[in-house]
Design a protein around this ligand. Sequence first.
Ligand SMILES: [Fe+2]
Ligand SMILES: [Fe+2]
Length: 209
Amino acid sequence: MDFTHLLTHLVADDSLHARWLNTLSMMENTGARKISAAEPKTTVDLLMLKHAAEEARHAYYLKKQIQKVSKTDCPTYEPAYLLAPTDSHAYLNRLDVQVCRYLKTALGLSGADLKYAAYLLVTYSIEVRADELYPVYQNVLTESGSKVNVRSIIVEEEGHLAEMLRQMETFFGDWQTHAERAVAIETGLYMAWLGSLMASEKIDAGKEN
Ligand SMILES: [Fe+2]
Ligand SMILES: [Fe+2]
């Protein structure tokens, strides 16, 4: 499966490209809302507020980019304006559920500790994905001469990954085992999501056009 080829196909078609941007925007917004929901009411710190604010900005920024794609509009996150709507909507929740299940079984966590540990692992695995996905997308945008650009998101996601690593070290100590497990869970969901994307638009990323 060639992700660059899939993105090239999406970017070449205005309608698909607009829905791709809207799908990313929806997923960033889901991330922002999840971080806000995980915030402790009174002890939330600057870093967590910054992270929630930046993910919300990514959702807004990606939605604004749709205006640069001609003759298209995706006013809402309703299924008609997304790619693989069911799986795209469910992706973060599924990740959260599976990571929580792992944390309960492996570490016996519950309550506030479970909530915070899940925030760390879910967010970390998403940052690893974002640090891979956005640069590939930016290369495709640059190659195709698109007016859309995601450079400011790349810079912030790199910062998030470094911040999550520091926070995981503080909370878990032996964070690597748990981080690897979260990344493995996320990778399974991501591969399934890519499959849904291609199936929903009958895209065969293995073939040249
Ligand atoms: Fe983001
Ligand atoms: Fe992020």
